[in-house]
Design a protein around this ligand. Sequence first.
Ligand SMILES: *Cc1c(COP(=O)(O)O)cnc(C)c1O
Ligand SMILES: [Zn+2]
Length: 400
Amino acid sequence: MRYGLSCKKCGKQMAFKIRETKCSCGGTLLVEYDLEEAGWTLTKENLKERDTAMWRYRELLPIHKKENIISLGEGWTPLVRLHRAERTLPLQKLWVKREEQNPTGSFKSRGFSAAVSIAKEHNIQKVTVNSNGNAGSALAAYAGHAGMEAFIFLPQDCPGIIVEECKHYGAHTFLVDGLIHDAGKIIVDGEKEQGWYNVGTLKEPGRVEGKKTMGLELAEQLNWKFPDVIIYPTGGGSGIIGMWNAFQQLKQLGFIHGDFPRMVSIQEKGCQPIVNALESKEAFKPRTHGVRSSPTGMRVPSPPDGDLIVSILRQSGGTAIAVTKDEIQQGKAALGSYGISSSPEGAATWAGLIHLIDQGWIRPTDEVVLFNTSHALKYLPWNQHHLPVIRDYQEWVKLT
Ligand SMILES: *Cc1c(COP(=O)(O)O)cnc(C)c1O
Ligand SMILES: [Zn+2]
């Protein structure tokens, strides 16, 4: 077998199963590859000949048959250097990874290309996700391309253009009175009865594996070097988990040496579970009441494995900070002035960068990468949809 599962907490290994993501010890199961076998065909030389898309790393993605790959051209996004910003900050090397250029306008395209491909390989017909928006529209697009039926549950204050986007791709789209975890509860209550395949964060293997390609790609674009610092807007955490996994795999493959990047999670004040957990030094405790932050991908009060995210930040020598709405606004203007259209999440990484430079945590000699995870236009005001708002699974059943 080319790949199996391995527990990030106790190290237990087992055969690959699509719905198995939690070990009996409570730890998260991630896909583990036979890297020796992967290395027979995945070489730095061979990569030069391959498509500039995420599936160039197919040996490190859990798909057996090429014909099951559902691709809309995701990945291999530009890494753009902000020379003019470097002079004013001061910083020697500042890059922006332009994830907003993915097919669905956010890096969620990567995770859903992988997840929907895996679903296809296992003959799944109906897929569902709870989302703050971009996961929903990504699932809608990839399910559409694959010919699957998609059911999407979004908080009622989800940015309207993203709701429209989900409908545009033909998904059954529902607004929920509550936050992302309330939407998730509807799915859990209905998945057996409805035969849904849950593509929520860490509910299946594909989303982390797809996001892992951001780490592989970043290292390759920097000519097989790690940057010093990666600043990433964090919600459910699959990006941090995936990229960290990518860096381990690249080292084990012998593609890259040297220190791992310091990973920084950015959240918005008013919903900052990762920041709190990192500061408290206690085990991760989700808190779902009193959430006051804006409806963005960072608003995840109860990520499925907060301890794993925190342990990665610690191991990497990284940190986490919460920034204000105003700082996010300023970040958007700053990135905009350098020609980058940034979503609130992308803008938050700029706000975090400024804090960390002011604190001296980022030094002028550090090479820094900001992840611009989506673009500004998806978050413009829009209020034309007329969807009913549901509270729970019973209401959903009545509605449909
Ligand atoms: C989902 C999302 C995030 C959070 O990413 P995770 O990997 O789930 O932590 C950040 N930015 C945008 C635009 C998103 O859609
Ligand atoms: Zn375990």
